[in-house]
Each structure stands twice: as C-alpha cells, then as structure tokens.
Design a protein around this ligand. Structure first.
Ligand SMILES: O=C(CO)[C@H](O)[C@H](O)COP(=O)(O)O
Length: 279
C-alpha cells in the first residue's frame, strides 16, 4: 500500500493571492495558536488552489467549515467567480447556502475539479481515516470523483498508523436493516486483532443516523489497522456495509498546519478519477 509522497513541497499556485501567505516563522514571537487557528490556516491554504469556474467539493467538519467560509468570502469579494459547490453533508449544505455559495449535486456535476475536506487521521503515505463526524459516504462519493482532493488538518491528526489514535475508531456506515448482523460480522472479522465493534449512539440513547439514514458501526482496533488494503476490502465485502472511513490513496495533497508552520505534502500516485470527455 505504501505510496511515495513528496514532503514539504509547495506546489504551484494561482496568482490570486494578494495577501502574504498565512505561515509561521520562528524568528518573531508568535501568538499562541489554538487548534481552531491551525484548522483555519490549513483551510485558507487549501482555498488558494480554488480557481474561478471550478466545481468544488465542500467537505464536512470543524476544519472544512473554514474552507467553506473562505470560499464564500472570496466569492463576495469578487476574487472568485462562478464556483459551484458540491456539499458532502446536510450540515455543509446548510452552511454553504447560508453563505450564498451556489450549490449543485453529483447528478448534475458528476466530475469535481477540486475537493477540500478535513480528516481524523493522516498517515505518512497520506492515507486517511475519515467519518468520525458521520459523513464518510458522501465525502468518499464526492472526493472519489475529484480531480484533486486536498486534505486539511491540524498537526494532531498526523499518526504513524491509521486507527491507532487513542480510543478512536474506523467508522463504517451500515444499512439499518440487519445492522446487528453486520456489526457481528465486522466484529468477528477482526476479533483476532483485538478489534471492538460498537454501534454509534447519538448521545441521547438512540443510534446515530447518517444523512443517508444509515447507522455507523465504529471499529476500535487495539494496535491500529495492520493491512490497510486488505482491511478495506474485507469491510467492503460484508453485506450491509455502505462505506467505511479508510480513504486509501485518495488524497492528492495534504496540508497540515502546526504551531511551527504549514506542511504541504503531495501524493503523486493518488487514484485519480476518470476524467470527463471535456478533458
Ligand atoms: O470525516 C469527517 C466528517 O465525516 C471530518 O472531515 C473529520 O471528522 C474531521 O473533522 P474535524 O475537521 O472536525 O476534525
């Protein structure tokens, strides 16, 4: 599964940028940056890649919301024009609509120029865990047809091995019909690697419902996910599984904002979607 990536490379950008890059240096005292500041910095960096006329996949979560807000700001300032957004959740759809971003869907725009989204974990090969916010199916659907998929994250999301971050899970969206059978299948599938499978709750004693009215089974791997592609394939083979939160070889660029600066990594071998006949 390992794929090479170029580390700390700042790829070419458009000339739209008028303000200096939001980056940090060690030479001058810096204010203490909160995690939310880091998320915003990563998001603003990613939006530099958005160009007028693009169809843009709008991610979900506390990091992606900064990108959505920035795109709206640039549209209102006239620095971006003719953007069409494809939201990856109802929450993002509501945010984008409130901010006046023109929206569409995959029926009308089955090819996306660029998607920007957060992640729960990023490994050294730029594989991801996503979906702890519950939007993994729509995110994967949109991002898998994006010519470029830029992941934005603060430095706490960087891990050596996916699934290893303390007490966190690899989410699996499952159909409600027979969910308990699907959960049991998933549990026994990974039992030998110390995996615990739990139905996600909404916090009020009811199961969490995705935007697609499905449930989520969270898989807690004791020592992280050992064989990523095999694990991905095995989960997908189970009847009742809609999608899972392992995003392997999908990110084309990952922007990590840390307290010492911003790192941009490119995955030159990400699985790009087939291009439309216009390309
Ligand atoms: O996959 C996601 C939602 O399904 C989010 O992108 C992921 O959970 C990261 O969220 P945040 O930016 O709030 O940490």
């Amino acid at each position: 599964m390992a794929t090479p990536c170029t580390q700390c490379v700042f790829p070419e950008k458009t000339d739209r940028r008028e303000k200096p890059r939001l980056s940090l240096t060690l030479s001058v005292p810096q204010p203490i940056l909160t995690l939310d500041d880091l998320k915003r910095i990563a998001a603003y960096e990613a939006v530099e890649f958005v160009e007028s006329g693009m169809v843009v996949g709008l991610g979900t979560g506390s990091t992606a919301k900064h990108a959505v807000a920035r795109i709206a700001e640039l549209l209102h300032e006239g620095k971006l024009k003719n953007i069409v957004g494809i939201p990856t959740s109802k929450t993002t759809e509501a945010q984008a609509l409130a901010l006046g971003i023109p929206l569409s869907d995959l029926d009308r725009h089955p090819f996306v120029d660029l998607a920007i989204d957060g992640a729960d974990e990023v490994d050294p090969q730029l594989n991801l865990v996503k979906g702890r916010g519950g939007s993994l199916y729509r995110e994967k659907r949109v991002e898998s047809v994006s010519r470029r998929f830029i992941v934005i994250a603060d430095e706490t999301k960087v891990v050596e091995k996916l699934g290893e971050s303390g007490g966190h899970a690899v989410p699996v969206e499952v159909a409600r019909f027979g969910w308990n059978v699907t959960l049991e299948r998933l549990r026994t599938l990974f039992e030998s690697s110390g995996c615990v499978a739990k139905l996600r709750s909404n916090g009020g004693g009811e199961p969490f419902l995705t935007d697609n009215m499905n449930y989520i089974v969270d898989l807690y791997f004791r020592n992280g996910v050992a064989y990523l592609q095999a694990t991905s394939d095995a989960i997908k083979r189970q009847i009742g599984v809609v999608e899972h939160g392992l995003f392997l070889d999908m990110a084309t660029t990952v922007i990590i904002a840390g307290r010492l600066g911003v790192t941009v990594k490119n995955n030159l071998r990400a699985n790009l979607p087939l291009l439309s006949s216009e390309d």
